[in-house]
Structures are given as C-alpha cells and as structure tokens.
Design a protein around this ligand. Sequence first.
Ligand SMILES: [Ca+2]
Ligand SMILES: [Ca+2]
Length: 497
Amino acid sequence: MVDAFAYLGDVIAEYQDRVAAEAYLEPMVGRDEQERLGRGRRARFDGYAAITVRDEASAAELAKELDARDDVETAYVEGGPTPPPTPPPVNAGDDPRSGNQGYLDAAPDGIDARWAWGATDGTGIGFVDLEQGWTLNHEDLAAAGITIISGVSQAYHGHGTAVLGEVVAVDNAKGGVGIAPEASARVVSQFRTSSTYSTAAAIISAADAMSPGDVLLLEAQTTAAGSSTTYLPVEVEQAVFDAIRDAVDVGIVVVEAAGNGGNDLDDWADASGRHLLKVGDADYRDSGAIMVGAGASAAPHSRLSFSNHGSRIDCYAWGQNVDTTGDGWTGTSTTAYTGSFGGTSGASPIVTGAAVLLQSWQRARSGHPFSPGTVRTWLSSSLNTPSADPATDRIGVMPDLKAICERIEWNDRFKGIDDRFVYWVYILFGIINDAPGLIWVPGKGPVPVDPDWRDVAVRGRRELVAAIAREARAFDGRLTAKQLDRIAEKAFKTLGR
Ligand SMILES: [Ca+2]
Ligand SMILES: [Ca+2]
C-alpha cells in the first residue's frame, strides 16, 4: 500500500524551492490525537496533510498547482482562525427609553454594556434578585419569564420591578433594555410566608437553586445589628453573613447593596465593639460579597450623601436618575416606568449586570465562568472608573466592561510565553501580527501599535529580540518605566528608527 502522506511529502518537495523556505508538511491529525483514534479511523485520514507556507499569495499559488495534479485529489487554502458565530447583538435602538439609560454607556459615564453587547448578552448565566416583591408581568419584563424560587411577593413591588428592569428588561420595542437581557432571571423573597421574614433563609434557598458562576443580588439593608439604628449592609447579621459566605464558597457571585445609612462603615461597631466591616481590623471578616455604594449619575461621580462608605466597599454605580421599569417603590402597574430610581438599590443592579455580562462573556470564550473572587477582583480593580475623589468618597470604582475584557484578553496573549526576553519584546513592541498591541515609546510609555509599527515589528523581530536580550540582561524582575525607556531607545536605534 502506498504511504499517502510520504508520497505527498515528495510532491511538496517539487515545489519547495519556488514557494517558501518555511513551507512544511504535517499530518492533518496531530500525533497525540492519532494515538487516541482507533486504527481504522486514523487510516481514513492518512492521506490528508496540511502545508504551512510563508504568506497567503504563496498558499493560493501552491494550492492551484497541487489541485491541477492528477495524483492530488483536492487542494485548497484553509480559512484559518475566524470568529465563531455570534448571537444577534442586543438592539437597544428600538427600546424607546434606552436613550435615558446612561449607565449603559461607555466609561466614565457608565459600565459600557453597549460595548459588551458586541460579544455577549447574559446568555448562560443565572441571576437572582433577593428582596420583598415584584411585578413579574410588567410589560417589559413578562417575556423574560422570571419565576420566584421561594417566599412571597409581598411588598415594595415597584422597587423589585425597577431592580429587575436594570438587569433584564426585555430587548424588544418597549421601555428600556436590561444590562444583560438574555440572562436567566429569577427572584427570591425575604418574606418566607406572608408573616415571616428572613434574609438568611432567602439567601440559603436561592443559593440551593443556583449554579456556580450565577449572580445573586441582595437588594436589602438592615437596622437590626448592634447599637446602630441606621441602615447597614445585611451581612452585619451573623446568619446572613454565614449564608453569603456559604453561597460564595460554592461559586455563586453575591452582590450586596451597602445600604443608604450614610455611615462610614469603618467607624461602625457591633454590640461587642467589633469593627466587622473595617478592612484590616483584627475583627474584620470577609463575606466574599461584592459590596456596592452609590455615586452621582454624572461623571465624575461623587459619592451621594446617603451612601454607606468605607474600606469594605468594592464598587459604586449610579445612585440616582436610573431609568427602568416600575415606579421604584410600591406601585404594581404593569406599564409604569421611572427615570428616577436610585439609592444603593439603584446602583447594585448596575454592578450586578456588569458581573452577569462578564460571566457570560467568560463562559462563552472558555467554557467556565469566573470564581466569585475573580469577578470581585476584576470589577473592583483600578482599571475601572474611580469616583470623583476616591480618598473621601470611599465607594470603590464603577466597573468598565471594555477595560476589563480588553485587559483579560491582553493577559491571555502572554500565557505560555516562558522566555522573559520574548515576553518583554511583546510588551515593548507589540509583536502581535493579527491584533492590536502596544509599543513602548521612550518618554511616552505604551502606545497602540499602528500598522506601520506592526510591519517593523514583524520585519525586525530577530533584531529586536537580540537588542532586548542584550539590554534586559542587566535587569531582574520588574522593569521601571525609565529602564523600559532606555531599552526601547537602544532597540529603536538598532532598527534605525
Ligand atoms: Ca430592542
Ligand atoms: Ca424593552
């Protein structure tokens, strides 16, 4: 029997000198896969081969010549990496109130859900709103098919309706559109029956019905704990704290309103004098929840006076002028909308929506959503939009989905690069042929690679590696901006730039 693959190798050799020095032949099915395949299935693909050549023109030329031969059945140029089919994008243009939803806009105004919709819409992620009541048949929510996990929809229906609208108002031609309109939404009530109320029991019930990676929003505050009679985050109660911690530990992202008490949570102490919410204090304890304060709707977003604040707060979002479904308080109309929802209640669903979109995006690209800790790290990172005066506001940052997703993709590019010199070259000169990169310009730091620089980076790759290696040997570990400037200057000289 003719070894088809070896025969193909001989065929290619005839073209070797004309096409490209780097042209090489390999079995279509890799060695590892061949070992997993049975003999019969392997044999069926023995005659297939992939040839890598220098450029697309050479590929087209070679494919044409091979295809014309009698001893080659077919030859063609493969399409190469192509974006996967995307779901139809969110169309907010015909939802008449969407123009009022500035929290959907690009930073510094909002979380840039509109950008994220180019890649994701909440698909595949469960979202649960915990509070006391909702109007689930509101005209801009009904099609979302929201169900109640447990408890009774009993009070403040217009509040729950407003919260739901921010996250999952339907993408149609009515009302507004939610931040993550394709998320799978449910609710759970603190009213366990019409006469019993337990935030902890509601959290436990919700967590039991949710999957790792899903997002649970605690739209509640309390006055019960310690000596204080003002509004505090619900985790000051021990059972609630334990229920949150338990949910986070099984992979559920928990977003918690900081509460509208206007308190400095670092100063607050429980009945035993413990500063449970002061990060770094000996008595501090971390529930794992993402705690959310409230800022002004207009950039640069100063803290609103009613918002609790302090070291415990991770994120803020709009605490006023939130356009959404319902009347924001006790109404039950199925056609009501408001342009003035707010409080830490208005802010928390914005951060929740950002968490859902991040999880949905990550799940689609990798198969797995992030852990709750990773979600909190990204949403509270300094990449995001600071408040007007971070040192006095102390309400964290407003998530910027574009900044977060671009940074995550950027980090991914460098996974698997072991050689630190090569790594530095990538950082300094953005040698990424098929995607935007950064180039380190002395005195300016990293700037986007324009097409001209990309070409230089490709042509001068070897010289750059050598130049960087020479210079970088003198430094260990992290390089300062000054050192990068120096290395870049010398490397540019090498390239004659
Ligand atoms: Ca629409
Ligand atoms: Ca709508």
